[in-house]
Design a protein around this ligand. Sequence first.
Ligand code: SF4
Length: 245
Amino acid sequence: MSFLLETHPELDVAALAEAMPGWSLDEVLTWGFKTFGQKAAIGTSYQGSGLVIIHHARRLGLDFPVFTIDTGLLFPETNELKGRLEDFFGIQIEGLRPEQTVEEQGIEYGGDLWTTNPDTCCTNRKVLPLQKKLAKLDTWVTGVRSNQSDTRSHMKMLELYEFDKLREHYILKLNPMLNWSRQEVWDYIKQHKIPYNALHDQGYRSIGCWPCTKITSSNENERAGRWEGFDKTECGIHTFLGQNI
Ligand code: SF4
């Protein structure tokens, strides 16, 4: 299949998707930046693998924009980490914010929405801000790893999605960390002394908003501590795009 973005009609996404798992992280990121420049951006929640991507990009001189989704319900440790990472990498991290404050949301929905309808809460506070950002991009670089959860085990390193039918806007998702293990990620972070979330040292393995994140044991799925009590393992940012083409 040919790549459908008007700006890059020459790209054969299917052939690239097949070849890319054999490329190094440096090669994937270099290809992404040479092809899309700043229309490719790294999204991170400061979990391990996103930090590895940023470190590689900075070392290679690839000036990807970096963004995070600031739901207004992040742990203080996560908010504090943002500044440390900006200093360490010499970058600005754009915080994507929901339209409503937490208080405004509480008034509209009658309380703590994450306790009654976390899907709607995640849509309002994560998915919609991300959609606004992706509307301006060609490529979204993520830190997902295939062994984080069942949902993520089916992801590919390069995925093409129809983002906006009306505008014939397609977006590529680049998942260059897919085949890294948790151990490899953390060995890299420690080796390069990259700042990380202090909550990891308290036993948190996957960190999101404070109301929906619990400590898990090492024999549980990494994301088992998210949305405890609900049949939910994804906030929606990695699933709202539907089936990749
Ligand atoms: S993770 Fe929890 S608090 Fe955060 S947006 Fe989703 S439901 Fe709301």
